[in-house]
Write a protein that binds this ligand. Structure first.
Ligand code: MG
Length: 451
């Protein structure tokens, strides 16, 4: 059996790879893993296949003796909040995040609102492989109850976020996805003037691609500029990630939003500890220095950040793609909270969004990729380590080479037959040079090894 769990739970083409049969078995496997007891929260996004898969996972869970608390259609951060709020023993969220509408996914959650650890996913995988799934007798079949997580979430967030004080004009684009259920409303609750794009729910996602990349956000950028708005906010398909556009419509890189929010959120804390993967911009190191705190680097991926937090503690986690985790609020990447904290920070600064961004040092990043067959990746990596042996190296995830005026990260993808090549420097020219150097060494290594 191929490995089921990827970087974010089980993902696949709905009704083709991710069938109701498979999702039923996943539900039953989780129930078996939980000892055929306890209450499990179930939530879903608004994809055309999500309700079908929700029914399937509920059948599996209840057939395995778990009670189900159905939270319905919710953004992932609201789901994570709801499962803690109602004290469930685990959770299942049906979503494929930023993937196209024909995909879907199943992700398991711990009682504390964090995603399942790799170890627990491995245990579920083994139960499925060995067919050790246990159904219960008719008396023990679980019941299903419904509960609302949206309203308690809204109330709790409003307790934790200050309104901007001045009436900011905000354009928000939820991409016809579940973010629409919460984000425009919360922005209005905080006293802002809100222009909401693509805010009707449509599981075919007709308006834009769900990944919040600048090229998918042209409508947002144009609207912000033409309406004279102060900023724009866009969320991915399940609202665990958000990005910001400045008043000219320019989309800020995720790690800059992370750094600006970090500086605001952690001010005044004693030696704050910020956890982030090797691929995040050095701008976070500048912010940590300013705060008198430290940056702890991990391998790439949300579970790596959560794992480090659980082992050694921390204040804030974040990724270069705009996923930020506020450990004293939630154990889940929080696109909604991030965008609200950004607005709070911006308002407090009294600056325009572009000026607020310019309070951080400028860095340029180049992100490239090159194809490399999976079976060659190990030997390519050995070759690269040798090639760059005269530089300080970080081998935590791929190979990060620290130069005097920037860094280069060469990292094999865990899911695709490619090598990624990230470079960062203080000028665009230098970042480009570093990326070219990385690509050249990669090409040479792949060429030599396949010869
Ligand atoms: Mg997401």
């Amino acid at each position: 059996m191929p490995k089921l769990f990827g970087t974010f739970g089980v993902r696949g083409l709905a009704n083709v790879e991710l069938t109701p049969e498979l999702v039923y078995r996943l539900g039953l496997a989780l129930a078996t893993h939980l000892g055929n007891q306890g209450e499990v929260a179930v939530g879903r996004d608004n994809r055309t296949s999500s309700e079908m898969l929700e029914q399937a996972v509920i059948s599996g869970l209840t057939s395995g003796g778990c009670r189900v608390l159905r939270l319905g259609m919710v953004p992932t951060p609201v789901f994570s909040f709801g499962l803690r709020y109602y004290r469930c023993s685990a959770g299942v969220m049906i979503t494929a995040s930023h993937n196209p509408p024909e995909y879907n996914g199943v992700k398991f959650w711990e009682a504390d609102g964090s995603g399942f650890s790799r170890e627990r996913e491995g245990e579920i995988e083994r139960l499925l492989e060995e067919g050790r799934l246990r159904k219960v007798g008719w008396r023990e079949i679980g019941g299903v109850e419904e509960a609302d997580a949206l309203e308690p979430y809204r109330e709790e967030v409003l307790r934790r976020v200050k309104g901007p004080g001045r009436k900011l004009k905000v354009v928000v684009d939820c991409g016809n996805a579940v973010g629409s259920l919460v984000v425009p409303g919360l922005l209005s609750d905080l006293g802002m003037q809100v222009i909401s794009l693509n805010d009707y729910l449509d599981g075919t996602y007709p308006s834009r691609k769900l990944e919040p990349l600048p090229e998918n956000l042209t409508l947002l950028s144009r609207t912000v500029a033409s309406c004279g708005a102060d900023l724009g906010i866009a969320l991915d398909g399940d609202a665990d990630r958000s990005v910001v556009a400045d008043e000219t419509g320019r989309v800020l890189m995720g790690d800059r939003v992370f750094a600006l929010v970090a500086r605001h959120y952690l001010r005044g804390r004693k030696k704050p500890r910020i956890i982030t993967p090797v691929a995040t911009s050095s701008v976070i190191d500048d912010v940590a220095r300013e705060l008198g705190g430290e940056v702890v680097r991990t391998r790439v991926g949300e579970p790596e950040i959560v794992g480090e937090f659980k082992r050694n503690g921390g204040d804030l986690g974040g990724e270069e793609n705009g996923g930020v985790m506020f450990f004293d609020w939630s154990m889940c990447r929080e696109g909604i909270f991030t965008s609200l904290k950004f607005v709070e920070a911006l308002a407090e600064s009294g600056r325009k969004t572009s000026e607020f961004d310019a309070t951080l040092p400028l860095y340029f990043q180049v992100k490239e990729r090159i194809s490399c067959p999976n079976e060659l990746k190990g030997r390519v990596m050995e070759k690269l380590v040798e090639e760059f042996s005269s530089h300080p190296q970080d081998r935590r995830d791929g190979l990060k080479i620290q130069m005097e005026d920037g860094w280069l990260l060469l990292r094999p993808s865990g899911t695709e037959p490619i090598f990624r090549c990230f470079a960062e420097a203080r000028t665009e020219k230098r970042a480009r040079e570093l990326a070219e150097l990385g690509l050249r060494k990669l090409r040479e290594a792949v060429g030599k090894i396949s010869a």
